[in-house]
Design a protein around this ligand. Structure first.
Ligand SMILES: [Zn+2]
Length: 278
């Protein structure tokens, strides 16, 4: 392992492995071309500037979120018309989920002994994972979900919909990332005398990030209406059927990617504030 002991060697290895992962994800139809380029940059920065521990947490997020999406592909078909984008993730989706994590890797590069970058990195990915798990496993909820703001029963897949199964899935998704964050916590950074604190903070932060996602989804997120299908949709300007859609609520610019960005920003902010208090 002499190669990864030099910074330049680590960067070269990071670039190589990130390229392999991005090409693989494109091949398996998980990413578009722009999504694969964004994932390559994020992976190279994470492995090259962070190191093995950082890369493993990123890979845990990537594998667990994609495995669930893959397993629940068939179930999701009915809700597909609600979504503005198809199965492959593009660059905006990759950056909405992983951009904030990438920012914390860069911060670590300049502040190598600080605990904040690692905590923020793990919390951002925990929130992204929590959100994905809630979306994929929430469909297992026996009853209809409710809107997080109005409390009224809504159709599964609606932005801002929450359910017991979805919320538990969200906590589990965050806890999985928190577990890797806890066991891989780099030597030399000390958040508190008890490293378990990191597990607890990242789990709670990830869960709350996914609730922020639901709140934004139920309030500011743009929802359009297709007059031809007489359905609400996130698609704009054209629905899947080809008809033009009109804004019915929310802010026109606030699409799902901005909502996800809000989710992955709020979790590290909250966990870092809690980390400073503890
Ligand atoms: Zn339509």
């Amino acid at each position: 392992m002499a190669l990864i002991q030099s910074a330049a060697g680590q960067l070269v290895l990071g670039i190589f492995l990130a390229l392999l992962a991005a090409v693989g994800a494109f091949h398996f139809k998980l990413l578009t071309v722009s999504g694969a380029i964004a994932a390559f940059v994020l992976g190279a920065v994470t492995f090259g500037l962070g190191g093995l521990g950082w890369a493993v947490v990123l890979i845990a997020f990537f594998v667990s979120s994609n495995a669930l999406s893959f397993l629940f592909k068939k179930r999701k078909k009915s809700a597909e018309s609600m979504y503005s984008k198809g199965g492959r993730r593009d660059a905006a989706q990759v950056l909405a989920n992983g951009g904030i994590a990438g920012f914390f890797v860069l911060l670590h590069h300049f502040l190598p002994d600080a605990w904040m970058p690692w905590l923020g990195f793990c919390a951002a990915l925990a929130a992204a994972n929590a959100d994905t798990w809630a979306t994929e496993l929430g469909v297992l909820n026996p009853g209809k979900p409710i809107s997080i703001l109005s409390g009224k029963s809504v159709e599964p897949g609606t932005s801002g919909a929450v359910s017991l199964a979805g919320t538990l899935a969200s906590l589990a998704g965050a806890a999985l990332i928190a577990f890797f964050g806890w066991i891989l916590m780099p030597n030399g950074i000390l958040l508190s005398s008890n490293s378990f604190v990191l597990f607890a903070l990242v789990s709670v932060g990830g869960l709350i990030g996914s609730l922020v996602d639901s709140i934004l989804g139920a309030s500011l997120q743009a929802i359009f209406y297709c007059p031809k299908c007489q359905k609400e949709t996130e698609k704009h300007p054209l629905h899947g059927c080809g008809a033009e859609t009109h804004l019915v609520r929310g802010k026109k610019w606030m699409d799902n990617d901005w909502v996800n960005m809000g989710c992955t920003i709020s979790a590290p902010l909250l966990t870092i504030i809690l980390g400073l208090i503890l």
